[in-house]
Each structure stands twice: as structure tokens, then as C-alpha cells.
Design a protein around this ligand. Structure first.
Ligand code: HPA
Length: 267
């Protein structure tokens, strides 16, 4: 067992990570697309929290993609499972301490906007934190204090690279606003109406702390959702298995896009 020092990622990779990837539900096989891999179960990393959701394996894979050093976290720490706000952004904190250059954060999300279909990939151009969201620590929000993030949330350059990667992978790339909710239950009809009025295009229970942590550490970050359910069609029946299966069905396409994206990130 290795102690969890913030230098852990650097030691595992033997170098600074060029890219740290946080994998959403159903993307657990992303590590198979990497080269020169070493995999470590979270349970073998002393002090590392254990994710509690089926479909979140809890495996950290270190390796390379196209010569870039990559650390991929399969399994994340949700607020609803009792993790602290700091823990919900742990992969990004580790990335920052190892001087990671880029972060890519992915998730499964419910589609609120009427044109979003199951299996669509959606670039997160902005996010929505509401009174229904978990409280975020001041330290995460402070980079925005007194400033107004303008335009889309990711840089034009990264958006362009993501769009090219999607095009090469033959997949459409939607864009939209990610609404962050506490969970663990899926939204009620009233909450869906509220989120739509507030301007959310998709909804999920993760990712925003990670985006904010990356911003806090000045690490360029790309957030991408895989739409796993169309909210107008699910009544009360959506289960985590439905989400997982839909995400798995899209995973080959999503992985292909991510690999191309990583190849194209500036050195
Ligand atoms: N709501 C919240 N989280 C989700 C959903 C949803 O509909 N789908 C996948 N994650």
C-alpha cells in the first residue's frame, strides 16, 4: 500500500501528467485504449476514498496516449455518497500537485434540452449551480470572485480541438449548460421544470467541483457529458443501470473522440 501523498500521481507516472482524465459512468474501459499502462485500485492506495456507485470501478490507470503521459481515474467521489467537497475534486487536486497540464472531465448526464438524444456527447460550455446543488467550498469559487466569466467556459482553442476530435471520430458534439444537482435521487418533474427555466441543458450530480478546482489551479479543462437519458421520456423509472448501459453503448465512440482529443492537445 502506498500512502496518499499529493505527489502520488507524479511517482506513479514517473513524470508530470500531460493529461488527467476523470471518467464518467460507463467509460471504465478507457484504460484499455492507453499504452504502457499501470493500474492501481483505489482500495490499494492508502487513505484514498472509495467511490460507492456501481459502474464506478475505482481504478487509476497511468500510461501514455500518443506519447503523452496520461492518468485516468475510473470512479469518482460524489457529494451524495458523503464525500467532502474537497474529495469530490480529488483527481484534479492530484493533477495540480503533479503539475498536470490539461484535465478532461467526463460524465453521464440527463438531457433536458429537447434536441438532446441518448448517446449524444455534449461539450460543457457553462454550468449552473442552484440552491439544489451541493454547497461548494469558498476556495473553489474564489477564482471567480469579483470577476464575471464571460463567453463560453472553455477556451476557444480547446473547444476547437474538441470539435475537430469529434469530427474525426465521426460523432456529433452538442454543446450546453450542465446543471449540477445534489442527488442521489433523480430529479422530480418540478425540479426538471425549474432547471429548464434556469437555463440548464443537461443535468447530473458531478463534475462542477472538478471544473472549478481545475480553474482554481489554472489548468485548462474540458468537460464533456454523455447524454444517457432524455428526461421528457423517463417518468420515475430511470435507474443507475439504465444510465450505465446507455453510457456503455456510447463508450467506444466517446473513447475514440477522447483519444483523438488527447493526441491534438498542444505539447
Ligand atoms: N439526472 C441526474 N444525473 C444523471 C441523470 C439524470 O437524469 N442521468 C445521468 N446522470
Amino acid at each position: 500500500m502506498k500512502p496518499l501523498g499529493y505527489s502520488y500521481l507524479y511517482e506513479l507516472l514517473g513524470t508530470k501528467p500531460d493529461v488527467v482524465v476523470v471518467l464518467g459512468s460507463g467509460l471504465g474501459s478507457f484504460g484499455d485504449a492507453m499504452e504502457n499502462t499501470t493500474s492501481v485500485r483505489y482500495s490499494d492506495i492508502a487513505e484514498f476514498p472509495i467511490p460507492e456507485v456501481a459502474g464506478h470501478d475505482g481504478v487509476l490507470t497511468a500510461g501514455t496516449i500518443g506519447g503523452k503521459s496520461v492518468a485516468a481515474f475510473a470512479g469518482r467521489f460524489h457529494h451524495y455518497a458523503g464525500h467532502t467537497p474537497q474529495e469530490t475534486a480529488l483527481p484534479i487536486e492530484l493533477a495540480a500537485h503533479a503539475e498536470g497540464r490539461y484535465c478532461i472531465v467526463t460524465n453521464a448526464a440527463g438531457g433536458l434540452r429537447h434536441d438532446l438524444r441518448i448517446g449524444d456527447l455534449m461539450l460543457i460550455t457553462d454550468y449552473l449551480v442552484t440552491p439544489l446543488s451541493p454547497r461548494l467550498p469558498h476556495s473553489m469559487q474564489s477564482p471567480f470572485r469579483g470577476t464575471k466569466p464571460s463567453g463560453t467556459w472553455i477556451s476557444e482553442e480547446l473547444e476547437h480541438i474538441a470539435r475537430m476530435a469529434a469530427w474525426e471520430a465521426g460523432t456529433a458534439l452538442q454543446s450546453g449548460v450542465y446543471g449540477y444537482l445534489s442527488g442521489p435521487s433523480y430529479e422530480t418533474r418540478a425540479e426538471v421544470a425549474f432547471l429548464r427555466k434556469a437555463g440548464a441543458d443537461a443535468v447530473g450530480m458531478s463534475t462542477v467541483p472538478e471544473l472549478l478546482a481545475a480553474r482554481k489551479h489554472n489548468i485548462p479543462v474540458i468537460g464533456i457529458s454523455c447524454i444517457t437519458n432524455e428526461i421528457r421520456t423517463h417518468s420515475h423509472k430511470l435507474s443507475h443501470d439504465d444510465v450505465k448501459h446507455a453510457a456503455e453503448a456510447a463508450s467506444a465512440r466517446f473513447t475514440d473522440m477522447l483519444i483523438r482529443l488527447i493526441h491534438s492537445l498542444p505539447e
